[in-house]
Design a protein around this ligand. Structure first.
Ligand code: SAH
Length: 224
């Protein structure tokens, strides 16, 4: 891999590979332990999901603007949510993402081996995500333009559901579309205060766990 990049004279490729390796080391120090997640984050070229003007900051642990007032989550948040989503399952299975944004989280999920469905309410943002994923040579996610609140009842149940925009409360249809043994992770709160919450569907019912504080754009109704 490194050799072919040298042959192609593509220095940025190697540079970004080294930078990604450092990002993964940082994630490890920050407590991310699932090797599937670390490998996926090493493999996805995060700079391809960010406007060129901001690409030099692609591997910093910050969230960045992606247009239309939306943001790409910081690497630690993506890693943490993916790890919690897959925890306890040998196979990632069928995953539903709400809030495609630039498609970076989608790409990380694909690289873990998950079958990914992702819904975005803004058509312009979804087009960009499709282009970004194509540039990263990841074309096997099903991207849907729609209101994520409704989920995808025809394709349910899902082994995991990840919502990457802050809800005031968990949308009921999404909980219903979760398989038994499945996990749903989302930020809950307003623009002042949010926390990640994990919902697990067990044979005895739903188990809820409050996790760390978070900062996401709001989950909005309808599509545009
Ligand atoms: N996962 C993204 C983060 C996206 S930011 C990434 O890796 O970059 C949150 C996204 O959720 C925005 O693009 C926003 O338009 C979208 N969103 C907000 N409400 C939504 C809804 N009801 N259905 C689908 N997408 C929604």
């Amino acid at each position: 891999m490194a050799q072919s990049l040298v042959a192609a004279g593509n220095n940025y490729g190697m540079l970004s590979e080294r930078t990604r390796m450092r990002m993964v080391e940082r994630l490890r120090q920050q407590g991310i332990a699932d090797e599937r997640v670390l490998a996926a984050m090493f493999e996805v070229p995060r700079h391809l999901f960010i406007d060129q003007a901001l690409a030099t900051r692609a591997y910093d642990d910050v969230s960045l603007p992606i247009g239309q007032g939306q943001t790409i989550s910081q690497p630690l948040t993506v890693a943490r949510m993916t790890e919690k989503l897959l925890e306890g399952r040998a196979m990632p299975g069928k995953i539903l993402e709400i809030g495609t944004g630039c498609g970076y989280q989608t790409a990380v999920l694909l690289k873990t081996g998950a079958q990914v469905f992702s819904i975005e309410r803004l058509a312009g943002i979804l087009d960009k995500a499709r282009q970004n994923l194509r540039n990263a040579k990841l074309v096997h996610a099903r991207l849907v333009h729609g209101d994520g609140h409704l989920g995808l009842p025809d394709i349910a149940p899902f082994d995991g559901i990840i919502i990457t925009a802050a809800a005031r409360q968990v949308p009921t249809p999404l909980l219903e579309q979760l398989a038994e043994g499945g996990r749903l992770i989302l930020p809950v709160g307003d623009q002042q205060e949010q926390h990640l919450w994990l919902y697990e569907k067990t044979t005895e019912g739903i188990r809820k766990t409050k996790l760390e504080a978070a900062k996401f754009v709001p989950l909005l109704p309808g599509k545009q």
